[in-house]
Design a protein around this ligand. Structure first.
Ligand code: DOR
Ligand code: ZN
Ligand code: ZN
Length: 355
């Protein structure tokens, strides 16, 4: 078997659920899933039960991550409806980005009032991106805020053809924005919803075939800059309840899905690396990881099975898929941290790449 060497992937949108919802995932299991998927650096979202919206909560998460992570990581601070802009000055040097939830999703973070949104944009005195969850018409609001306040806005999980169009127009106007697409919005459509049941429920939801086509178009013409998973684990029993929470896992499937598309000759290897390594690094101004690479098998297919997953919740919407690009080895900062299904790094080997 011949293996191909690639750089470690960078996933700029993950929810590792630690602290507060560690029945779903924690900093160890989440970063193990990252390594198994060829990801050597993740950025972690702030919508925990006690959200990362204060200096204190950030410190607490830094400590937890430093004790448990096996891949490198950066933390993302959350904007709060209770106006936490006072905290910005102190936390800016310690985080990778700010996240603003402009639409309702998992957790309690939601900022809708225009006055507060303006204040957030004004007070974010940093080149670091403001990541937004902004669906459909809300996306237009975020583009205006970016233009007026001259702040870099990064659009999470773009999913609609109309959103791709608006982003394209805004980029033509030289507004400082970037955008990501998730594997679930690229590889699944609303037609998969019935088959997947609650395991196909997420925010934004799965979209129509023509939306998915537009998203691929945007990815190939550069309107969409990068891929990020929005890895959002929930336990099987939570998902099977009568009120299933939003979200699917993604860390262990994103790269194999992209490499399967490469095998189908719809993306080049350079494009895959650009979407899931170079562009996230550029957009978030992340450091290079020295002596870091992964070895993947581009020759043989394998079946993705829930039982092989490292994520604590133990399921993927892509279970049963035949994929190329299985990750055989991960070397992080000179040390083999993952090999043939086994995690070899000690808890705490992962480093905070910001501070
Ligand atoms: O499906 C989602 N799950 N979308 C989000 O915006 C949040 C995420 C979560 O944290 O569960
Ligand atoms: Zn979101
Ligand atoms: Zn998310």
């Amino acid at each position: 078997m011949s293996l191909t060497r690639l750089p470690g992937m960078i996933d700029a949108h993950t929810h590792l659920r630690d602290p507060g919802a560690t029945q779903k995932e924690d900093f160890y299991t989440g970063t193990c899933a990252a390594l198994a998927g060829g990801v050597t650096m993740i950025l972690d979202m702030p919508n925990n039960p006690i959200p990362t919206i204060s200096f204190r909560a950030l410190k607490n998460k830094q400590k937890i991550a430093s004790e448990k992570a096996v891949c490198d990581y950066g933390l993302i601070f959350g904007a709060s409806q209770e106006d936490n802009t006072e905290e910005f000055k102190k936390i800016i040097p310690k985080v990778a980005a700010l996240k603003v939830y402009m639409d309702q999703t998992t957790g309690t973070l939601l900022v809708e009032k225009l006055g507060l949104l303006e204040k957030i944009f004004r007070m974010w005195r940093s080149e670091k991106p403001i990541m937004v969850h902004a669906e459909d018409a809300t996306l237009a609001k975020a583009i205006s805020l970016s233009a007026f306040y001259k702040k870099h806005v990064h659009f999470c999980h773009v999913s609609l053809a109309d959103e791709v169009e608006l982003i394209k127009r805004a980029k033509e106007q030289k507004i400082k924005i970037s955008a990501e697409a998730t594997p679930h919005h690229l590889f699944l459509t609303e037609n998969d919803r019935k088959r997947l049941g609650p395991f196909g429920i997420m925010k934004p939801p799965l979209r129509s075939v023509s939306d998915v086509q537009a998203l691929w178009h945007g990815l190939i013409d550069g309107t969409i800059d990068m891929v990020a998973t929005d890895h959002a684990p929930h336990t099987m029993s939570e998902k099977k309840s009568n009120k299933p929470p939003f979200g699917v896992t993604g860390l262990e499937t994103a790269l194999p899905l992209l490499l399967t598309v490469y095998k189908q000759k719809k993306l080049t290897l350079d494009q895959v690396i650009k979407l899931y390594h170079h562009n996230p690094r550029k957009i978030f101004n992340l450091p290079t990881q020295k002596n870091t690479y992964i070895m993947v098998d581009l020759d043989n297919k394998y079946e993705l099975k829930n039982k092989d997953l490292k994520t604590k919740c133990g399921w993927s919407p892509f279970a049963g898929w035949q994929l190329y690009g299985k990750v055989h080895e991960v070397v992080l900062r000179g040390k083999t941290v993952y090999k043939n299904g086994k995690i070899l790094a000690k808890k705490g080997y992962g480093k905070n790449i910001i501070s």
